[in-house]
Design a protein around this ligand. Structure first.
Ligand code: FES
Length: 159
């Protein structure tokens, strides 16, 4: 196993130190530190939770709690593209469950899983604030509104 994978690199350490100057509370610094690690590695492993907790001087369980609460932090490897479908009430009423099923069928994965080619991970997300354009999905940072089932294969082709 590559041990460096389990250690914060110099750039990550430098960025985390900078964030320490920007925030006073541990929670905000923790979120920023988790985001820094995720942006360079795609997700945050248990080993890196340990590393971050040491340099921020907070307990691993506290940091784990913050990482779990903050749904944009991934605690296991994810695919190159992340598809999030809104499973909140308005989207649900507008057919988000059918959207989810179509995505699962095309990608041959279930919620929380990643395709064999590592291209897509499928995750649920709470209301994206676009309820008037439900159902809504996000792929990476782009939001797609009024999604129709027939459009999904065409949409995935773009990625
Ligand atoms: S319920 Fe889906 S965007 Fe609000």
């Amino acid at each position: 196993m590559n041990m460096m994978k389990n250690k914060l690199n110099d750039l990550e350490l430098k960025k985390i130190e900078e964030e320490k100057k920007n925030y006073e509370d541990n929670k905000s610094i923790s979120i920023e530190a988790l985001k820094i690690v995720q942006s360079s590695r795609g997700w945050v492993s248990d080993e890196l939770i340990t590393e971050i907790s040491k340099i921020l001087n907070i307990s691993e369980s506290q940091l784990e709690e913050i990482a779990t609460f903050y749904s944009q932090i991934y605690r296991k490897p994810v695919g190159y593209n992340i598809i999030k479908y809104c499973d909140s009430v308005v989207c649900y009423m507008m057919g988000s469950d059918n959207i989810k099923c179509k995505l699962e069928n095309i990608l041959k994965i279930k919620i929380g899983q990643t395709t064999n080619d590592n291209k897509f991970t499928l995750l649920p997300i709470s209301c994206l604030g676009n309820c008037d354009k439900a159902p809504v999905i996000m792929i990476n940072n782009k939001t797609y509104s009024n999604i129709k089932i027939s459009y999904i294969p065409i949409l995935l082709e773009k990625y």
